[in-house]
Design a protein around this ligand. Sequence first.
Ligand SMILES: Nc1ncnc2c1ncn2[C@@H]1O[C@H](COP(=O)(O)OP(=O)(O)OP(=O)(O)O)[C@@H](O)[C@H]1O
Ligand SMILES: [Mg+2]
Length: 281
Amino acid sequence: MTPLPMLPPGLFVTGTDTGVGKTVATAAIACAQAAAGRRVAVLKAAQTGVSAGQPGDADFALAALGTVQPAALACPRRYAAPAAPLVAAWAEGTQVEIGPIAEAYAALAREHELVLVEGAGGLLVPLAAGWSMADLARYLRLPLVVTARPTLGTLNHTLLTLEAARARGLVVLGLVLVGWRDTDDVATLTNPGLLVELGRVPLLGVLPWDPALSTERGQLGGLHEWCRAALAPLLGGRFDAAAFLAACAARVPRPIERLLAPHAHRASARPGVGDGTPGLA
Ligand SMILES: Nc1ncnc2c1ncn2[C@@H]1O[C@H](COP(=O)(O)OP(=O)(O)OP(=O)(O)O)[C@@H](O)[C@H]1O
Ligand SMILES: [Mg+2]
């Protein structure tokens, strides 16, 4: 068997927003890694929006993996209100404690080769007083996998997330786009290349839109069939980012390199950059 690329012992799966596909990406990475022979655990740092007995995000990933973990380790903190953990805990008259989350991570890390920690919402969502998701990732010393939508609106959300992560000293391992559909939409087709260039980030996967998949209903769809094709070798798959980007570029009307070349358009497209525009250095 070919040796697997080196991955850290844990990854923090964050996203540009709630509902972007963190759970699906976590489950896909877990399955690709397990298929490549690694012992994988999952941890939902704090689950909100679930009532007692209702399955949460970690249950979806565990069902995909076909393994069980004690609930106290898979999801040490659960709250009923569909809100940021800080707020959902407050609504129940309590606070999220970081200790049990860190202890669950440490316990899982002792028994597994890879622990995937899913955040709640996006990177700056408050977890507890003085703690954001970014603070938790830094405390656990985990590099980030940033999940994002592939469609219109993702450029700003993703670039802001990358900038915020780096400003806090976090390592960004790469980007995973979730819910790719075959399209002729010029925004969607140029988003992956622009994110790689402007975000200076490797594209570690593009997960297809799978109509048979639903995290709410616990339906895995074809996740086991597509997870390895959709994820880069670093995450246990065989996704070829360069080939994907080239295929996107081939479907847009103009050469995509010209999008980012500063002098490729009329000089007035960038006022002040060597075009003699008065008043701008
Ligand atoms: N590739 C996909 N194909 C089809 N549906 C998807 C796909 N990825 C995500 N979804 C759906 O989109 C919704 C959000 O996905 P998911 O639960 O993974 O997001 P999330 O970022 O984990 O959300 P949360 O912030 O609640 O944890 C769910 O209904 C899920 O079933
Ligand atoms: Mg989730």
